[in-house]
Write a new protein. Sequence first.
Length: 189
Amino acid sequence: GRILWQKNGDQKMRIASLTKVMTAIVAIENGRLEDFVKVGKNAYGKEGSSIYLRIGEEMSLHHLLYGLMLRSGNDAAVAIAEHVGGSLDGFVFLMNQKAQFLGMSNTHFANPHGLDQQGHFSTARDMAVLTAYALKNPVFQDIVKTKVKRVPNSYGKWDHVWHNKNKMLFMYEGADGVKTGYTKISGRC
């Protein structure tokens, strides 16, 4: 938990898909991995990165977490949030509650996916605190270090095969996660 080096560590910034670190840990801690999540209209076709969920499709929460973290699926983020939190607002409340619990005093979440939105920000220091906490969870740890995941596809002849977008896993021996993020406004996070 010690900061070894920082630059502008407390500067509030947009965090793009780094948001999904919080989405994943809140879902793991408050949901049941074996639950099947039914995809609703809010998740279907969510802009940005996607795992191409269909309305009415059902997938286990555990598998959706792989789609969230490996492929950065915004549709997965919304489906997870609605299932675990009862609504997007309910889930965002849980995210901010967890941030407060962790002492992330320069963070406020407005959504579970990280698309640019007013009032959605954090700092490098707060995200480091969150990530260090999340990596203590063995389920989270397993998911973020996975390079390729095969998941049953209830709508097709072939399984989903998701390759992790985190290039660090492939470029640096021993890398074990965690998450990257990008939007046009945020840049690379």
